[in-house]
Design a binder for this molecule. Structure first.
Ligand SMILES: NC(=O)c1ccc[n+]([C@@H]2O[C@H](COP(=O)([O-])OP(=O)(O)OC[C@H]3O[C@@H](n4cnc5c(N)ncnc54)[C@H](OP(=O)(O)O)[C@@H]3O)[C@@H](O)[C@H]2O)c1
Length: 290
């Protein structure tokens, strides 16, 4: 399939005002044209509302759906359990039920928080997820993955540490004399633009099943912020802290690094590149905005 040539490609993006959703809408518009994407925010389409979902499909001729809607408040999820479960489990389940009944595939996103975080080797798609996961958010995301993967036409992409136009996690350092990054959480900051590129390729290939998005290298937050300070030539003093020193309602997995082997094989690519390359490009764009 060539998404650029297909006459009836129309991709519905839910959660279109979120960090990833907004970047997906922007990138699909840039690559395929405005008319190929329908981005709906939580008001226009509540993914927990079956009749709203049915109406959207009835009134639009949708060929694909990318679900970027989610409950993402990791700490609040410990207390707002019902809400987190409704949005992260029931929502994707309803979306998949309606879409799949029309033979429309769903792309859904998940997280490294489905893993215990106690490993030292990058997590692969076949590694065991351990319920209960370190936190309730992770538990709901895992249940959501399982709902979506019940139909083999669907795809789940696990991602981590997102940043993008809507959430710049880095340039605030300019105004900070000191900052305390975690020294024992491992992963890689991931640009939503890179995910958008990969998702379009996967849709084009009609890929299905479970995949992990990851770059070829990884780091701790301390190393990431050290890199940002160097790149932006900042004098910010980094004072690393351990996860156990901070009392947060939700436990954080320490080792969240994921393997990109399966994804690279699917894409037919040799490597995904370094998180540093993407971050440099992102920081350069942010510089032009000041
Ligand atoms: N951010 C990360 O670092 C990270 C890491 C790993 C995985 N992920 C996964 O990546 C995906 C995208 O995350 P994100 O960071 O872009 O999240 P986000 O910025 O919090 O956006 C989520 C969007 O979902 C919308 N939403 C919430 N409830 C909804 C509902 N019932 N119906 C429709 N829309 C609803 C929200 O709208 P309102 O604001 O109006 O409620 C918001 O716009 C999620 O699946 C998340 O679990 C993210």
């Amino acid at each position: 399939m060539n998404l650029f040539k297909e006459q009836n490609t129309k991709i519905l993006v839910t959660g279109a005002e979120g960090m990833l959703g907004s970047d997906l809408v922007k990138n699909i518009s840039l690559q395929l044209g405005n008319h190929r994407v329908l981005g709906l925010n939580s008001k226009s389409l509540d993914i927990t509302n079956l009749s709203q979902i049915e109406n959207v499909f009835k009134n639009n001729s949708i060929s694909h759906i990318i679900n970027a809607a989610a409950y993402t408040h990791v700490d609040k999820a410990e207390v707002e359990r019902e809400k987190a479960e409704l949005i992260n489990v029931t929502g994707p389940k309803l979306l998949a039920a309606v879409a799949n009944s029309l033979a429309i595939p769903v792309v859904h996103f998940s997280t490294d928080y489905v893993f215990s975080g106690t490993g030292t080797k990058p997590w692969s798609e076949t590694d065991v997820t351990i319920p209960p996961s370190p936190n309730y958010y992770g538990e709901t995301k895992l249940l959501g993955d399982k709902e979506v993967l019940k139909n083999r036409i669907n795809l789940v992409l696990r991602v981590q540490w997102l940043y993008g136009a809507q959430k710049d996690r880095f340039t605030f350092l300019r105004d900070k004399a000191e900052f305390t990054p975690f020294s024992d959480q491992w992963g890689a900051p991931t640009w939503t633009r890179d995910i958008s590129r990969v998702v379009l390729k996967l849709i084009e290939q009609q890929a299905h099943g479970l995949f992990h998005f990851a770059y070829d290298d990884y780091a701790t937050w301390e190393e990431v912020y050290g890199f940002v300070c160097e790149e932006l030539q900042l004098a910010t003093r980094l004072i690393p802290k351990k996860t156990s020193e901070v009392k947060l309602p939700a436990q954080r997995p320490l080792f969240g690094v994921m393997s990109n082997k399966k994804l690279l094989a699917q894409l037919g690519e040799q490597n995904m590149g370094s998180w540093k390359t993407s971050l440099i490009e992102f920081l350069n764009i942010q510089k032009t905005k000041i």
